[in-house]
Design a protein around this ligand. Structure first.
Ligand code: FE2
Length: 296
């Protein structure tokens, strides 16, 4: 196993620090860092419980109707594009039948909830602004972090689909340093239930493509390098509940389908420093005059 993962938990570090100089070196070398026992189990359970409440209260009927209408593609497109400052629910691919019915209970059909849980839901608001998160980001060089987006990813047993290899900066480009992603394992993430995989050091390659919002909400992808990903270099990042995986925005990563009986719930946050600049043509956009909020 990569030494980043094997030694991450045991490295010695200064009292009061969350990561050692060695762990910071690992992060710079590999583009990711695994820290076990970061989130208390109680916080993980609280977030799982809150997500369940949000899903229970969500009426999929309206969304399914919208998606099944004549303007099907356009409506789906806007539902996603307008979700940057909302709490919206996204289904697994193929979860809706041709007759416009969910193929299973809605809790199994939801792929993720995004993208402003961190601002709009009190439970996620607090969990996203834990002092420990701010300290970790500071130690990684992100001063005065701004919260860009949040996602609750369900990855339900047998339903949770594959997320193909990508760099997060493809979707969230910034002018200076790449965004930093924090991926919290709210449950054990294993080979069987679809843990993350990453290419160690892959963040040292340039961005391969960009997902751009153009005029009239037209989305297109600019491709800078169409060579296939070197998937043979991927390593699995199996982590126990409560771990956080820090991801450089340029790191190629993916997750496979959940083929097991166990869910793999995760919560993700993306940050940039307040002195960085978020590209105006990113897909994620706030209302006019709104700005990304900080930790406090
Ligand atoms: Fe990602």
């Amino acid at each position: 196993m990569n030494d980043n993962v094997a030694t991450g938990e045991k490295s010695t570090h200064k009292k009061g620090s969350l990561i050692s100089p060695l762990q910071k070196q690992y992060y710079e070398r590999d583009g990711f860092l695994v820290i076990k026992n970061f989130l208390p189990k109680e916080v993980c359970n609280l977030l799982i419980q809150r997500a369940r409440q949000l899903i229970d209260a969500f009426d999929p009927g309206e969304v399914i109707t919208t998606f099944s209408s004549v303007t099907h593609q356009h409506a789906q497109h806007l539902y996603f594009l307008e979700s940057g400052d909302k709490i919206r629910f996204f289904f697994e691919e193929g979860a809706i039948s041709e007759e416009g019915q969910l193929k299973a209970d809605k809790s199994y059909c939801i792929n993720k909830i995004g993208h402003a849980l961190h601002d709009l839901d009190p439970t996620f608001y607090c969990a996203s602004r834990l002092h420990k998160i701010a300290v970790l980001l500071k130690e990684l060089g992100v001063d005065q972090p701004l919260l860009l987006q949040s996602m609750y990813i369900c990855k339900q047993p047998h339903f949770g689909g594959e997320v193909t290899c990508h760099q997060d900066s493809t979707y969230l480009i910034t002018e200076k340093e790449p965004v930093i992603g924090l991926w919290f394992a709210l449950e054990d993430a294993t080979l069987e239930n679809g843990c993350l995989w990453a290419i160690p050091g892959g963040h040292q390659q340039p961005l391969k493509s960009r997902f751009i919002r153009g005029a009239n909400n037209h989305i297109h992808t600019e491709v800078y390098d169409d060579k296939p990903w070197e998937l043979s270099k991927m390593i699995p990042l199996e982590v126990p509940k409560g771990s956080v995986i820090v991801l450089n925005g340029l790191l190629p990563h993916m997750s496979k389908k959940n083929t097991s009986e166990k869910s793999r719930h995760a919560y993700t946050l993306h940050f940039m420093s307040s002195d960085n600049v978020f590209a105006k043509d990113n897909w994620l956009a706030l209302a006019p005059d709104a700005t990304f909020k900080g930790m406090l």
